[in-house]
Design a protein around this ligand. Structure first.
Ligand code: ADP
Length: 551
């Protein structure tokens, strides 16, 4: 017997049409690359998104066509989010912090047809344009006044010209909710990055769940400022959930330093924000050094890397800002667990509450999880035994783009994180089985770094591991065994990376060893090296995430 309720497909366009009809006058405020503050509303955003959808169709964008973006958090990027996915095409957000060669590889793998980018990234796009074989149209996200007089990009299109070339008489198409909506690449633990292709259904369900009170707790009374970039796992879904709940949206553009963020928080009455610990360190540093207070912010979502307990204490005790600690990954678009206390835990002594909050949290509805031992057997939820974290659910990857083998094990996705789960269902990450390094919220591929070191004539074996770092959470540390009789200095090895990778990927230091720890199959045991050297780094890196892409 069938239910007799309406069956409407869960489409991303419905989030925008809801915001337009029910919260049409709600504001969207953006700090622009042009330097000013821009204000619009959901009604205007919806209208311009329809114009843009028509303009993209005129450029040959059809159902399933990939449209790439390289852009900050801003209203034009938001229009692309809705115009591209809403019209049935696939939004592919590229990370500008990657090396030019990786940008080329990813755009090529995704087969992007159009590439839209902020003016900040004009030099990057000019450098790679001739190598982007599939890209037929380049669009600068600016008005006519801000178009460059000269550029190496042939037939560079102006975004505002495209939008104004169309009226907004356009009806969002209806199609299967399992159709692809957007594409994000994650750092591959081996080899190249991997594309995770979200669907309309997975995105809308993620949006529902992420807005719940025990998740990001969003409402029409909120003013939301996503610091997490829209080029990084869809800014944790906030561009969608803000529309779903009708929250005011404040988009910080390139201004990610403490002073610029604080100014926007106060001027726009921001109540909730979201970002990686590194960003909050910058903001707290600014607020503390100037003796400032947050007058409207009530909570902040921290994820991407573990939130340090000291940061939790400072936000909650000194500034009265609730910390919502969340865990997720690109393969989950991204939210998996959120660390909000249960009722009975609120009566616990403060220190016990903090210990629970610094865990990565409990699974939101829609995500199931378990921990398993090396043989795949499920382990108990006792908060003590750790094993690899496996997840499954409505917004968990099933297959990577163009992947020929399934990443799943018995229907579960192995996260590469090692964790405990306690009796209340709070998951805590204790280690990482995957070898990638996470610095300031961005991945650094250890294999790329090792391959480069191995190409040096004096190097016999090289391993690159994540070393703890006070500012960037983790930085790469290169461990090298030299060839017998060969000589090479740390400086020579580090200089060997110049031009081969993004500068901030360069290891912070080199440790020379006489032998490498090897496993039974001859593989290097990186966890042994991590145990030995993870506390090795004291100094700040010469260059770190964010530096190559300042506005
Ligand atoms: P994102 O950075 O948006 O969470 P990524 O796919 O880039 O997504 O990174 C996912 C990985 O980041 C996780 O598998 C985990 O290793 C790490 N991670 C994410 N959130 C946390 C957290 N709160 N605590 C510790 N590690 C985290």
């Amino acid at each position: 017997m069938q239910g007799q309720m309406q069956a409407q497909p869960l489409l991303i366009s419905t989030l925008l049409t809801h915001a337009e009809r029910h919260h049409g006058s709600q504001e969207v405020v953006s700090r622009r690359v042009e330097g000013d503050i821009h204000r619009t509303t959901y009604a205007e955003l919806a209208s311009r998104s329809r114009q843009l959808a028509k303009a993209l169709a005129a450029l040959g964008v059809q159902t399933g066509t990939r449209v790439g973006t390289i852009a900050w958090n801003g209203y034009r990027h938001l229009e692309l989010y809705y115009a591209v996915s809403g019209s049935g095409a696939v939004l592919h957000t590229l990370n500008p912090r990657l090396h030019a060669d990786q940008v080329v590889w990813i755009a090529d793998h995704a087969q992007d047809h159009v590439l839209c980018f902020d003016k900040t990234f004009l030099p990057l796009v000019e450098a790679v344009a001739s190598r982007l074989a599939t890209v037929k149209h380049f669009v600068l996200m600016a008005d006519r006044e801000h178009m460059p007089t000269q550029t190496a990009i042939p037939n560079l299109l102006c975004y505002e010209d495209l939008v104004s070339s169309q009226n907004d008489a356009y009806t969002w198409p209806q199609f299967d909710e399992s159709s692809a909506s957007s594409l994000c690449y994650t750092s591959g633990t081996t080899g190249h990055p991997k594309g995770v292709l979200y669907s309309h259904r997975s995105t809308v369900l993620h949006t529902f769940a992420s807005a719940l009170p025990d998740a990001l707790n969003l409402s029409a009374r909120d003013v939301v400022l996503p610091v997490v970039p829209m080029f990084h796992v869809n800014a944790w879904g906030l561009p969608y959930s803000a529309c779903m709940v009708g929250a005011k949206l404040v988009l910080p553009g390139p201004g990610l330093d403490g002073a610029s963020l604080y100014e926007l928080f106060e001027a726009e009455g921001v109540t909730v924000s979201a970002g990686v610990p590194t960003v909050w360190q910058g903001l707290l540093g600014h607020v503390q050094s100037k003796g400032l207070r947050f007058s409207t912010m009530t909570r902040t979502i921290i994820g991407g890397s573990a939130c340090p307990p000291a940061m939790l204490d400072t936000f909650e005790d000194t500034y009265g800002v609730q910390v919502i600690h969340a865990w997720g990954m690109t393969e989950l678009s991204p939210i998996g667990t959120v660390g909000i206390l249960k009722g009975h835990q609120q009566a616990l002594p403060k220190a016990d509450q903090r210990a629970i909050q610094s865990k990565q949290g409990r699974g939101v509805y829609g995500i199931d999880m378990k921990i398993v031992d090396a043989e795949g057997a499920e382990l108990p939820w006792d908060g003590k035994v750790s094993g690899e974290l496996m997840v499954r659910g409505h917004w968990v990857v099933n297959q990577y783009l163009k992947g020929d083998t399934s990443p799943l094990v018995d229907g579960w996705f192995p996260t590469g994180d090692v964790a405990t789960i306690d009796a209340d269902g709070f998951m805590q990450i204790t280690d990482r089985a995957k070898d990638v390094i996470k610095s300031g919220g961005e991945w650094i591929g250890s294999i790329d770094l090792e391959n480069i070191a191995m190409a040096h004539p004096a190097v016999a074996m090289a391993a690159c591991i994540a070393a703890k770092h006070a500012k960037w959470d983790e930085r790469p540390l290169l461990v090298v065994m030299k060839k017998p009789g060969a000589e090479v200095s740390k400086e020579e090895l580090l200089a060997f990376y110049d031009g081969k990778i993004a500068k901030w990927w360069t290891p912070d230091d080199v440790v020379f060893v006489d032998s490498m720890p090897l496993g039974a199959t001859g593989k290097m045991l990186k966890h042994r090296l991590r145990d030995l050297y993870q506390d090795h780094l004291q100094a700040q890196p010469a260059c770190a995430p964010g530096t190559p892409v300042s506005a």
